[in-house]
Structures are given as C-alpha cells and as structure tokens.
Write a protein that binds this ligand. Structure first.
Ligand code: PMP
Length: 365
C-alpha cells in the first residue's frame, strides 16, 4: 500500500470513482444528456443574463440564491402536478448530485443509513460512501419494477434514515406509481427523497411526487436542469420540500456554493422554458421511436418516461455495445446482464443508432 493510500479513509481504499466513458465518438448516446445544443435565441438570453453579472464578480454571489429559487419555484408551480411553491420550498446547488450530497450530509452521515433499490442511479451509493452514510440495497423485482409492498418491507427490515426512490428510474426509464412513494413515506420515520431528474420527459399521466408534497414534511423531490433544460454543463440541480427541511440544508452547504454566473445562466434558461420544452418533445418522440423499433426487432424494452431506454434480450451485451461503438455510436453498458441503456438523440443520431443496431443484430449468430 502506498503512503497516500495508507492515509486515505479506510472506507475509500481500493474504490473507483464515478466514470462513465467520455469518448470522442460522432454519436454520443451514453450519459442521458439532452442531445440538442442550446438554441441561438436561448443562448442570447443566457449570455445577456451572464453579462449583467460580470462587473459584479468582485463580490460574492447571493449565498441563498433567492432570485433563482423564486424562478425555480415559479417554474415548478407553472408546470403543475403539485402545490404552488415559493422560494422557501426550493433549494438549488451545482447539479442534483450536489443536492443529494447535501441531503446526505444533513440527514445521513456516520452511523446512519440510506436505503436504495438497485439497479438505479449509480451515484447514489457513491454519494453515500463520500458522506460516510451506510448504503443498503434492497433490490427490485426481476423485471426491475418496484412495488409498494417491497418498499415497505425493506423499510421495516432496515429502518433507514433516508430512502432514495428514483422516478423515472435510471437505468430502466420507468416512472413510479404514487402508491410506491406513499407507502415509503407512511412506513419510514426518515426522509424520503424522490429523484426526478427526468420528470419533464414523462409520458402523459405519469405521476410526479410534487403532488404528494403537501402535508408531508419529510418528503423531498429533486430535479435538475441538466436534462430538460439542456444545461448539463452549467451544473444546476434543485429540490422542492418543506421550508423547514430546506433551512436545514444551509447547515451543510458551502458558503457561496452557486456562482453568480451559474445563478444568472440558470435564470436565463428558466426564462426560456417554453422554448426548450419543444426540444424535450422532440426527444420524447425519438425515445418512443427507439422503443417501437427495438420492440419490432423482438427485443424487450421497458416503458420509458425518461430520455433513454433500457433494451434487453441481448445474449452478449458487452459485444453488442462494442459493435455499436465500432459504428460510431456510444451507448451505455450499465452492467446488467443482456441489457444496454440508450439515450434518445436527435432524429439523425437516433437513425444512426437504429441502423447500427440493425447491422449488429444481423451479424448475430
Ligand atoms: N439523478 C439521476 C437519476 C441521474 O440520472 C442524474 C444524472 N445522470 C442525476 C441525478 C444527476 O444529475 P445532475 O447532477 O447533472 O443534476
């Protein structure tokens, strides 16, 4: 063991960091980003918002990001599906990853546990590890769905301090029924976090946990601008919860954690929400096209409420991943036997993906 390894926290020794491959490939459909670049008119609005901040960069930003939180609350209220929210109900940070980390810092930590249901978002166990929170994986049904009965059973068995639910789930893509969130909330004494990073891509009628917030003080809904707002590079995530819970997060946030530039850029993008929704609708269309096309090839594909799909029925998923990469299309091997995850792209990218799948499946013995 090296001297540095020796000094490292015991629970981090020998571990690997998060590492989705970042390869320079013509068609990148592996990290569930929004395939569309920021449109010129939106870029102009964002640039104007950033421009107004530049001369004031000698000062620290608004520590509490009140203007941004007000805009986020208005966006969530406008979107519907939940109660009218104000800035007090909303918190923002550098990506929903930082939001989740702050929740673990405040409500998890040494000697405490978070309950998750894998396969799900791979960062959840890593964020737990980084904050010295125990991660308990209660698993899922064999088709990766989650039932209220299983969630309640797992909570009773493990008595966690936090429960992480993901809707739509990554990597399966399917939204949870409200009954699952309700069962979790009723069974646990802890904080229930519903990670809704992909909520804007849901099919009509899919539930959002925003509708359950009223009267549930321990319920948290996390969202991000990385996907629907095509803003992954800007790093803006947020949550909606009871104002008392939001206030507790101030105890663990770094002072001035969200730069003035980030706050301004996010407000610019939020002002263009209806314009960006047009691209979300296009991506939903391409997602449904992938589902239909792969099902027509006889491959099982889970229903998707996200901007990606999980395809199964592959005898050797790693070989299919490689063969598709050889055709210039990068998708994601999430380590599930016989399955691969594909992010919906632009129409041209999706055509390239489906063509690549066609040739690869033809080569199949
Ligand atoms: N939650 C889920 C389920 C995700 O898939 C992702 C990103 N892949 C995130 C949270 C984090 O997103 P960000 O930090 O960019 O907001």
């Amino acid at each position: 063991m090296s001297e540095i390894e020796d000094l490292l926290r015991e629970d981090l020794r020998g571990q690997s960091p998060y590492g989705a491959p970042q390869l320079d490939v013509p068609v990148q459909l592996n990290t569930n980003e929004n395939a569309y670049a920021i449109p010129e008119d939106v870029a102009a609005v964002v640039a104007e918002h950033i421009g107004r901040e530049l001369r004031g960069l000698n000062r620290y930003p608004d520590r509490d990001a009140v203007a941004l939180r007000t805009d986020l609350a208005a966006y969530l209220s406008r979107k519907g599906g939940g109660p009218d929210l104000t800035a007090d109900h909303v918190w923002a940070a550098n990506g929903s990853n930082e939001i989740l980390q702050q929740l673990l810092q405040a409500f998890g930590g040494p000697g405490r546990t978070v309950l998750g249901f894998m396969p799900s978002y791979s960062m959840h166990p890593l964020l737990a590890r980084g904050t010295s929170t125990g991660f308990v994986d209660a698993g899922r049904e064999s088709d990766y769905t989650l039932t209220p009965g299983h969630v309640s059973w797992a909570i009773e068995a493990h008595d966690p301090d936090l429960v992480f639910l993901v809707s739509p789930n990554n990597p399966t893509g399917t939204a949870l029924d409200a009954a699952v969130v309700e069962a979790a909330y009723e069974t646990t004494r802890g904080i229930v976090v519903v990670d809704e990073a992909y909520a804007e891509f849901a099919r009509d009628g899919a539930a959002t946990a925003l509708g359950l917030l009223a009267g549930r003080k321990r319920l948290v809904v996390t969202r991000t601008m990385s996907k629907a707002f095509a803003f992954a590079g800007a790093r803006v995530g947020y949550l909606a919860a009871d104002p008392e819970l939001v206030e507790k997060l101030l105890l663990v946030r770094l002072p001035y954690h969200l730069s003035s530039i980030t706050q301004a850029a996010a407000r610019g993008a939020l002002a263009c929400a209806p314009r960006l929704q047009a691209e979300v609708d296009q991506l939903k269309h391409q997602r449904d096209r992938i589902v239909k096309n792969l099902r027509a090839k006889g491959l099982p594909v889970a229903d998707s409420d996200a901007n990606f799909v999980l395809v199964g029925g592959l005898r050797d998923a790693a070989a299919v991943w490689r063969a598709i990469l050889d055709r210039g299309v990068l998708i994601r091997d999430v380590g599930l036997p016989g399955r691969l995850r594909i992010t919906a792209g632009t129409e041209e990218e999706t055509t390239a993906l489906l063509d690549a799948f066609d040739t690869v499946l033809e080569l199949r013995p």
